[in-house]
Design a protein around this ligand. Structure first.
Ligand SMILES: N[C@@H]1[C@@H](O)[C@H](O)[C@@H](COP(=O)(O)O)O[C@@H]1O
Length: 241
């Protein structure tokens, strides 16, 4: 079931998502599911600000990221490990050993994916933050991914490679072609989900997720089967609803 919130601008979108995060942070040992991409960056800024100004502590929080490119080292500025440290972890007090990001730097990504799923399955994510790809993907679950998938290695689709080329100086050839990603079933285990989408290029994917049928053609449509999903949109992303 979706709770849909349409906001005037990105700042308001981030504030709405932050309210849900703040609520979860009242728990003694919160388990946070985190995402990369530009959509959650405003939320992460608010989390850092709240940590600095109000002392909200992440000492007892566990975090699990959704996905990681295969073939990039942790020190690579485009790796999701690096992105998360730059945009969130360096600004809060979450102990490094509590932070989980799939290890895309290994030469056995299949094993890294299986190990990640094993660790993830020991916990229940209290709040999963999600963005959505313009082709309806969540994490790196591209169209065609089975709805019962768990953490696995995947080939990125052409659309995702061109969408993400902007982070690689606009050069598509620099974007990795494979990633480790939580599966759709892994994501569905979260107690609560907040999906953030802004901009007109997300409008079709948002429409498919909410109004379309549940189909592997639009992986995000599986969220229709979850009972606690808040979708925070700007007007452009909501324009087809
Ligand atoms: N793997 C990530 C997704 O988790 C993210 O949701 C999507 C949208 O990114 P953005 O928020 O930058 O539009 O991009 C990437 O493909």
């Amino acid at each position: 079931m979706f709770n849909i919130i349409v906001c005037k601008n990105y700042d308001e979108v981030s504030e709405q998502a932050f309210k849900l995060m703040k609520d979860i942070m009242r728990k003694e040992k919160p388990v946070l599911g985190l995402a990369t991409g530009s959509s959650p960056v405003g939320l992460y800024k608010l989390m850092i600000q709240d940590h600095k100004e109000n002392g909200t502590s992440y000492q007892n929080a566990l975090t699990f990221n959704l996905d990681e490119y295969v073939g990039l080292k942790h020190t690579d500025e485009q790796s999701y490990y690096y992105f998360m440290h730059e945009n969130l972890f360096d600004g809060i007090d979450c102990p490094e050993e509590n932070i989980h990001v799939p290890d895309g730097s290994t030469n056995d990504p299949e094993k890294a994916a299986a190990d990640y799923e094993t660790e993830l399955a020991k916990h229940t994510v209290d709040l999963q933050v999600l963005g959505i790809g313009s082709d309806g993907h969540i994490a790196f679950n591209e169209p065609g991914t089975p709805l019962d998938s768990v953490t696995h290695v995947t080939d990125l689709k052409e659309q995702t490679i061109s969408d993400n080329a902007r982070f690689f100086g606009g050069d598509k050839s620099k974007v990795p072609t494979k990633a480790i990603t939580q599966g759709l079933a892994s994501i569905m285990r979260a107690r609560k989900i907040v999906l953030i989408a802004t901009g007109a290029n997300k409008a079709d994917a948002v429409y498919g997720m909410i109004k379309g049928e549940v189909t592997t053609d639009c992986p995000a449509s599986i969220l229709q089967r979850h009972d606690d999903v808040t979708v925070v949109l700007d007007e452009a992303a909501a324009k087809r609803l």
